[in-house]
Design a protein around this ligand. Structure first.
Ligand code: 0WE
Length: 258
């Protein structure tokens, strides 16, 4: 049965109690995993304190700042994991960013800086974190990222994030091929739209959610906990034969043509 006891899991991307990463962290904890949580530090340390308060019930044994645009911070994070845990079993990558002006209007107006930034933070970061995790996954492991249908099909306004998710999904396949011989599995979950801090900053997210509620086979959207349950499965030995895959957790929306 689903059991993650004895497994060390690093979870990135928790911003608040609506974060998909928060749903994943809760379900990994429920399955018995030992958690490490990373956060994006801000100048005043407000974010650090808010996320710390949120995750406290999950008793994380590591709590570290990790900005993927800062190589030194990544190095410190993984050095600490080596020192405190000795090995890493699970890496959860829930990071994405594009400039707000890149997420509306004509895609062809995407700036060089906007394109580079979106791909660096949303796609390259998986390569970077996987490289850092690889030497610590001495007993095999599971790497999981979050993607979205906009990386495979055109979703209005998703724009450069779609290109970043397409790159991210291909990163999953290349990493799975490289790391498979070390028994490290790499997969993605393609979540349906959920109201989170990131999505609520986007105009029209409620209309998109209402559209999904009309069209998806299950006639509803999914929750962070449902994504968390699939994440716990994919990171567990129950999924020992699954790697390089993108699993849709979207109430079936992706199958529909009309
Ligand atoms: O991947 C995402 C969110 C990505 C995202 C959102 C923001 C908003 C605030 C990345 N960067 C930023 N930067 C900001 O300044 N989703 C799957 C949610 C999402 O975002 C959309 C969507 C959906 C769905 C953007 C446009 C259209 C649909």
């Amino acid at each position: 049965m689903l059991n993650l006891t004895g497994k060390n899991a690093l979870v990135t991307g928790i911003a608040n109690n609506r974060s998909i990463a928060w749903g994943i962290a809760q379900q990994l904890h429920k399955a018995g995993a030992n958690l490490g949580i990373t956060y994006l530090a801000d100048e005043k340390g407000r974010h650090e304190r808010k996320v710390a308060e949120l995750v406290e019930p999950l008793n994380p044994s590591l709590y570290l700042p990790c900005n993927v645009q800062d190589d030194a911070e990544i190095q410190t994070t993984f050095d600490t994991i080596r020192d405190k845990w000795g090995k890493l079993d699970i890496l959860i990558h829930c990071l994405a960013f594009a400039g707000k002006d890149e997420l509306s209007g004509d895609f062809s107006n995407t700036s060089r800086k906007g394109f580079t930034q979106a791909l660096e933070i949303s796609a390259y970061s998986l390569v970077q974190l996987s490289a850092a995790a690889k030497p610590l996954m001495t007993e095999g492991g599971s790497i999981l990222t979050l993607t979205y249908l906009g990386g495979v099909r055109v979703v209005p306004n998703y724009n450069v994030m779609g290109i970043a998710k397409a790159a991210l999904e291909m990163n999953v396949r290349y990493l799975a091929a490289e790391l498979g011989p070390q028994n490290i599995r790499v997969n993605g979950i393609s979540s349906g739209p959920i109201r989170t801090l990131a999505s609520s900053a986007v105009g029209g997210i409620l209309d998109m959610i209402h559209h999904v509620e009309k069209i998806a086979p299950l006639r509803r959207t999914v929750t962070q906990i449902e994504v968390g349950n699939t994440a716990a499965f994919l990171c567990s030995d129950l999924a020992s034969g699954i790697t390089g895959q993108i699993v849709y957790v979207d109430a079936g929306y992706e199958i529909m043509g009309m």
